[in-house]
Design a protein around this ligand. Structure first.
Ligand code: IPM
Ligand code: MN
Length: 348
């Protein structure tokens, strides 16, 4: 019996979460496992009502679950940063979800903005360090609001944090066919932080002689991702670069409607989410694409050990995309709930 926490969040978060849970329900029946879910109302509505993002004790409570599913947080009435920092980043840090895992896969029939590229060319994984770097929140102002103002935002990388991320990447690469791991960094400019990344990559890499190590600066990585995405197998990178290149990667796999991600603590509680935000303008219209959320549910299933169920959901997504007109909200040729039904019906 799995215990799952569900945070639908804001905006279209509810609608896509509903479809992901529908697919979970269907696949559990097929594969014969049991689960229970508990909903949490963290998000904009609660914040606007009570002034709190995560109430006292929430983190400890969430730590007790096998996994967390998050729909989306963000609302036009809440100042940018409050919900992101107070919920999403707080949970990533407090639950030590040090891996941000982003499979980048172009499903069949999905429009790719890259000329002459198809599903066989776009199938790689980005591993983004998820707790350090520029996201550490360290910094401050001096003389704020004066002409002499100084703002400092520090990039903090630790050997421990970098090494565990790199190790996770080498382990994951071993389970894929091509056994190629690319470090994406900026060693020519970030001569302290990325020197540490480089040394850790080389040293840990010696323990994985079967894996080919490659390196690309982040700017070149962006270029190749557009020009030759078939070159990539697994990319490991630091937090801020990972934030940026995973959005670029989302576009070449068909957009935010299909991009799923996991915030993973390999020994603790992980949290899975569609990459698209709360998309307030589509809220309540039943037009948003739920495939990213359903893909995130597949990742959750893999993490809790239900590999067969995860594969079944992924195969059902791949059977659904060719029937859809587009991956964009309002242009799918189906409603949100209909896409969820198509996936359920395609489950093996
Ligand atoms: C993401 C998001 C977050 C991030 C925001 C919402 C804080 O963009 O998951 O990529 O920057 O990590
Ligand atoms: Mn992002």
């Amino acid at each position: 019996m799995y215990n799952l926490a569900v945070i639908p969040g804001d905006g279209t978060g509810f609608e896509v979460t509903r479809e992901a849970l529908k697919v979970l329900n269907a696949v559990a029946a097929k594969k014969g496992f049991k689960y229970q879910t508990h909903d949490y109302d963290f998000g904009a509505a609660r914040f606007l009502r009570t002034g709190e993002t995560l109430p006292d004790g929430a983190v400890e409570e969430l730590r007790g679950y096998d996994a967390i599913f998050l729909g989306a947080v963000g609302h036009p009435d809440v100042k940018p940063g409050i919900l992101e920092k107070g919920i999403l980043l707080k949970l990533r840090f407090e639950l030590d979800q040090y891996i941000n895992l982003r499979p980048v896969k172009l499903y069949p029939g999905v429009d790719c903005p890259l000329k002459d590229k198809g599903p066989k060319d776009i199938d790689f994984v980005i591993i983004r360090e998820n707790t350090e770097g520029l996201y550490s929140g360290s910094g401050g102002f001096l003389y704020k609001g004066t002409p002499n103002e100084v703002a400092i935002q520090e990039m903090i990388d630790t050997r421990h944090g970098v090494e565990r991320c790199i190790r996770y990447a080498f382990e994951l690469v071993r389970n894929r066919g091509r056994k190629k791991l690319l470090l994406c960094a900026k060693t020519n400019v970030l001569t302290f932080c990325h020197d540490l990344w480089w040394r850790a990559f080389e040293e840990v890499g010696k323990e994985y002689p079967d894996v080919t190590r490659e390196y690309a600066h982040v700017d070149a990585t962006c270029m190749w991702m557009v020009k030759n995405p078939e070159w990539f197998d697994v990319i490991v990178t630091e937090n801020m670069f990972g934030d940026i290149i995973t959005d670029l990667a989302a576009m070449i796999q068909g957009g935010l409607g299909v991009a799923a991600g996991g915030n993973i603590n390999p020994k603790g509680t992980s949290m899975f989410e569609p990459m698209g935000g709360s998309a307030p303008k589509y809220q309540g219209k039943n037009v948003i694409n739920p495939l990213a959320a359903i893909g995130a549910m597949a990742m959750l299933l893999r993490q809790i050990g239900e590999e067969a169920a995860a594969r079944s959901v992924e195969a059902a997504i791949a059977a659904t995309t060719p029937k859809m007109k587009s991956m964009s909200a309002g242009r799918m040729g189906f409603s949100t709930t209909e896409v969820g039904d198509l996936v359920c019906n395609a489950l093996e």
